[in-house]
Design a protein around this ligand. Structure first.
Ligand SMILES: [Zn+2]
Length: 129
């Protein structure tokens, strides 16, 4: 990838050494470099923050056989997200498989359980890289 698409945040050398030692001591984690580790760690933290935001905005009401009902405090509405055989859940408000309601629904353990019960393929929690 061209360099122009990257930026270089700074880390204290001690932390960089600790990351390198951790990668070396734990090859099973699959990290190929300090950068690889940092990208994954930052992505996970961003996902946590998004999930916390979602937890404030949305409330999980109930899981049914083929959908989950979510209360959206921003829009003062109930939204249904339907489980689809094809993979990604479908939001009946936005009529899409890729909105904040779908992302919130996918983080709910009850929804992930329902997917497994129905034998449907679980979509990944977030897009990688
Ligand atoms: Zn939606």
């Amino acid at each position: 990838m061209p360099r122009k698409t990257y930026s270089t945040p700074s880390l204290p050398k001690e932390l960089t050494r600790e990351i390198a030692a951790t990668i070396e001591g734990h090859p099973e984690t699959g990290y190929s470099s300090v950068s690889d580790f940092c990208r994954d760690a930052v992505r996970r933290r961003l996902d946590e923050i998004k999930k916390e935001e979602g937890d404030k905005r949305f409330a999980h009401i109930n899981v049914y056989d083929d959908h989950v009902t979510i209360a959206d405090r921003d829009q003062v509405k109930f939204v249904n997200v339907y489980f689809k055989e094809s993979g990604k859940p479908f939001c009946d408000l936005d009529e899409t498989t890729d909105c904040d309601h779908v992302k919130y629904a996918l983080h709910l353990p009850e929804v992930r359980e329902a997917y497994k019960r129905k034998g449907l393929l679980l979509p990944p929690l977030s897009d990688k890289k």
